[in-house]
Design a protein around this ligand. Structure first.
Ligand code: CO8
Length: 257
C-alpha cells in the first residue's frame, strides 16, 4: 500500500510508523488515521515482527485531530464520518505498541499516545488535552484513559483547564515510561521493541491482553481471565521450550506456537 501521510518501515524485528504531516504538526485527519490503522494491522499480522513503534517528527508527535476538517462539521456529519471509530482499531493490535513522543502530543495526539502500551518521551515533549479551548472535549479516550493513567485530580485540571505536562512532569505522574534526549529517543524505542520481540510472543500478547483488561473488568473477572490465559499458555510449544531452556541453561528458541 502506498501511504501519503505516514512513513512505514521495519528495523530488525520492530515495525516503525512515522506520522508524516509535519506542515500540520501531524494533525490527525481521516486519511492519516485510515493509513495508520492499515499499517498497524499489517505489522500485527507479520510474524517476523515482535513490537511496533509509533513516532512523529521533531516538533510534533501529533497536535490533535485536524481542526480544519472538523470546524464546519455538523453533529450528523461528525457521527457518520467514522473518524473516532478508527481509534478502536488500535485497541485490537495484539503486539506491544510503543509511542516515541517527540514534541507536542495534544488532543487526539495525546489520546493516540495513551492508546499505546508504553510511552517514551523526548525531553521536549508536551502532553495536553486542550479540547475545551475550542469548544469540545476529548473524544478518543482522553477522559477515560488519562484518568486511569494518572488519576482524577490531575486529569480534571488537564481537561477542564488545559494544564499541559512537560516530559519530566509526565514521568513524575506515571504517564510515560522514560524521558530521553532527542537524539536518543528513537534508538531507545527501537531497542525496547527489539527486547520485547525477543520474549515469548504468545506470552507477551497474553500479558498485554490481561493488563489491558484491568481497565475493563472487575478484579474478580480480571483475575479469572488472567488465570485462564495462564492455563492456555500450557498448551503452547513456547511454554515447553521456555521452561526446558531454563532448566537446560540455554537460550529459548521461540516458535510463536
Ligand atoms: N489541526 C489542524 N491543523 C493544525 C493543528 C490541528 N489540530 N495543529 C496545528 N495545525 C497547523 C496550523 O494550522 C498551522 O498550519 P498553517 O501554517 O497552514 O496555518 C501549522 O499546523 C503550524 O501550527 P501553528 O502555526 O499553530 O504553530 P504554533 O507553533 O504557533 O502552535 C500549537 C503550535 C500550540 C500546537 C498550535 O498549533 C495549536 O494549538 N494547535 C491545536 C492544538 C489543539 O487544540 N488540539 C486539539 C484538537 S481537537 C482534538 O484533538 C479532538 C480529538 C477528538 C477525537 C480525535 C480522533 C482522532
Amino acid at each position: 500500500m502506498n501511504y501519503t501521510t505516514i512513513l512505514v518501515e521495519t528495523r530488525g524485528r520492530a515495525g516503525l510508523i512515522t506520522l508524516n504531516r509535519p506542515q500540520a504538526l501531524n494533525a490527525l485527519n481521516q486519511v492519516l488515521l485510515t493509513e495508520l490503522t492499515a499499517a498497524l494491522a499489517a505489522f500485527d499480522a507479520d510474524d517476523s515482527l515482535g513490537a511496533i513503534v509509533l513516532t512523529g517528527n521533531e516538533r510534533a508527535f501529533a497536535a490533535g485531530a485536524d481542526i480544519k476538517t472538523m470546524a464546519e462539521a455538523s453533529e450528523t456529519e461528525i457521527r457518520q464520518s467514522g473518524f473516532i471509530e478508527l481509534f478502536d482499531h488500535l485497541a485490537r493490535i495484539q503486539k506491544p505498541l510503543i509511542a516515541a513522543v517527540n514534541g507536542i502530543a495534544l488532543g487526539g495526539g495525546c489520546e493516540l499516545a495513551l492508546a499505546c502500551d508504553l510511552i517514551l518521551a523526548c525531553e521536549t515533549a508536551k502532553f495536553g488535552l486542550p479540547e475545551v479551548t475550542i469548544g469540545v472535549i476529548p473524544g478518543a479516550g482522553g477522559t477515560q484513559r488519562l484518568t486511569r493513567a494518572i488519576g482524577k485530580a490531575l486529569t480534571m485540571e488537564m481537561i477542564l483547564n488545559n494544564r499541559q505536562l512537560s516530559a519530566a512532569e509526565a514521568l513524575h505522574f506515571g504517564l510515560v515510561n522514560r524521558v530521553l534526549p532527542p537524539e536518543r529517543l528513537l534508538d531507545e524505542a527501537l531497542t525496547l521493541a527489539e527486547s520485547l520481540a525477543a520474549r515469548a510472543p504468545l506470552a507477551v500478547r497474553a500479558a498485554k491482553q490481561a493488563i489491558n483488561l484491568a481497565f475493563e473488568e472487575s478484579l474478580t473477572d480480571g483475575l479469572h481471565t488472567e488465570r485462564e490465559l495462564f492455563y492456555r499458555l500450557f498448551s503452547t510449544d513456547d511454554q515447553k521450550e521456555g521452561m526446558q531452556a531454563f532448566l537446560a541453561r540455554r537460550k529459548p528458541d521461540w516458535k510463536g506456537k
